[in-house]
Structures are given as structure tokens and as C-alpha cells.
Design a protein around this ligand. Sequence first.
Ligand code: CP
Ligand code: NVA
Length: 305
Amino acid sequence: MRHFLSLKDFSRTTLWSILNRAKELKSARRRGERLSSLTGKILAMLFEKPSTRTRVSFEVGIKELGGDVIFLGANEVGLGKREAVKDVSRTLSRYVHGVIIRTFSHDRLLEFADCSSVPVVNALTDLLHPCQALSDVFTVWERFPVLEDIRVLFIGDGNNVLHSLLFASAQFGFSLVVLTPKDYRPSPIILAEAEELAIKNFSRTSIHLISSVEEIGKVDVVYTDVWVSMGQEKQRDVKLRDFKGFQVNESLLEKIGNPWVMHCLPAHRGEEVTDSVLDGARSIVFDQAENRLHVQKAILEWLWK
Ligand code: CP
Ligand code: NVA
């Protein structure tokens, strides 16, 4: 039985097989082909935080492959409140063929997966967002066939999206330059795990933490994420103050070689990114959003392969 919880859990061969399948699925959809690889599969989607892309791309993806979903929102299950996590996990295992979860604590996801007898997919926790990062690699790969040759800058908060991009760098070999305010660096544990994995895979680490814009140099891609993540609304004022100077705007783009611009979305326009950059010619954010669909379909197929 397979889960999809973190990009660090897989071999490079598995991750590449998912990306190659996503490419086929993207072409098949463009040709209007009908597929049936998930016929008979019913998945539960347990979401304790809001979502547009993840929810819709999974629902559409499952249905396009012949399966079906049941969506359970924040007020329905009461994971760990109305009922123990393990009881929900064991119960759902008796009804559905897989569970896609978006929750706060990563430990809660791990506990759920541990007790589950059906595959569990991480649709974002406070710590990781692996479906996002894998489809981001796909988006970059569409433009740069040799990932090991490129430099990606991540500028922003060192949490879930960045953590999964660190594992993506370790698995795919692209160089990842990370610029965050000093109190918002990525988790040292995740960083150490990603560096260890990079050395195992490529005999080198391609992750570079820097502390000022002057150290960036030229990059092929710049990636940012919101400064105020879901669940952090109370910290908003402090974070807006601490992230001043970390915005992706026209002047930054010019300094760093006019790279492609990526953002997992939702964006807080005018905070981490300006309107003109997000809507500008270098922005590939909606390709990114679209690719969630193709890559997640490939992830789902892989779960039962
Ligand atoms: N990028 C992403 O996960 O978007 P949603 O929060 O809308 O699902
Ligand atoms: N860091 C953001 C990512 C949203 C997809 C959050 O957790 O809200």
C-alpha cells in the first residue's frame, strides 16, 4: 500500500515516472481522450483548510480518470476534536479507496496515514506541500529539459512550499537559492534531510541559503509564496513588517536576469508579489496551476499501480 506524504520518501525513478506519466496525461487531455484508470475508485477529500486549486484539480482529475470523490470540509469530520484521528482513519478505510488530506499539523497527517489501510495523499500541511512542489518541477521541466543546469530562487517564508521545494531540489538536482528573512529560514531538520538526500543522489548539495538580494546573481526562475499562510492570520502585522524588502517586483526581476516567475497561489497581490509581475510576460503561474491537475492524476494512478 502506497502513501504520498513527502517528496523525500521516493526514489528518483518513481518521481520521474510520475512526471513522464503526467506529460502523457496532459497530451491525452488536449486530444480529448477519455481514460478509465481509476474506474471504481472512490476517494475522500478531508480538508481542514480552504482550497481552490488542490481541491478542484483533484476532484476533476479523479473524475476524468473514471473515479469519484466525497468532499469533507472543515466543519464536518472534526479530526481529533469530534473524534480521534485514528478512529476517522480506520473508519474511512472501510468505505473509500484512498484519502486526500489537507490539515495543519504534519504529525496529524502521519498519524492518520499510519492507521489507514488505504493510500493517503498529503494535500498540504503546515510543514509540506509535496503535490505542489512535484507539479512545480513539471512546470519548470516543460521549459528547461535539463533540470540540473538551472538555478531557482525562492524568496519568501520558509515553510510548507519551500520545504517541499528543498526536497524537490534534492531529488531533481536543480540549484535552489533561498532568500528569507533571518527568522523565517526553513526548518533545520528539513534542510539537513534535503542536503543529505541531495548528496546521496548527486554527490553534492545544490541548496544555498543567502541573506541579501545582492547575493542572488542571475537565476532562471524566481518562486514566491504568501507571507501570511493559512492559519497565520493573527501574525499578519508582524509578518508584513518582517518581510518588507522581500517582494518580487519589476526592479528585483531586472536585477536577477528576468527569470520566469512562479507562485503556488493564492497570491496576496501587493504583498509578496506586485500585480505587474504576476500579470506580466514572465509569469507562468497559471501554467503552474493547470499542471497540478496533470501531475496529481499521475500521482493517483501511481498509488494503485
Ligand atoms: N496552491 C494551492 O495549493 O492552492 P489552494 O490552496 O487553492 O489549493
Ligand atoms: N504557504 C501557503 C501555501 C498555500 C498553497 C499556506 O500554507 O497558506
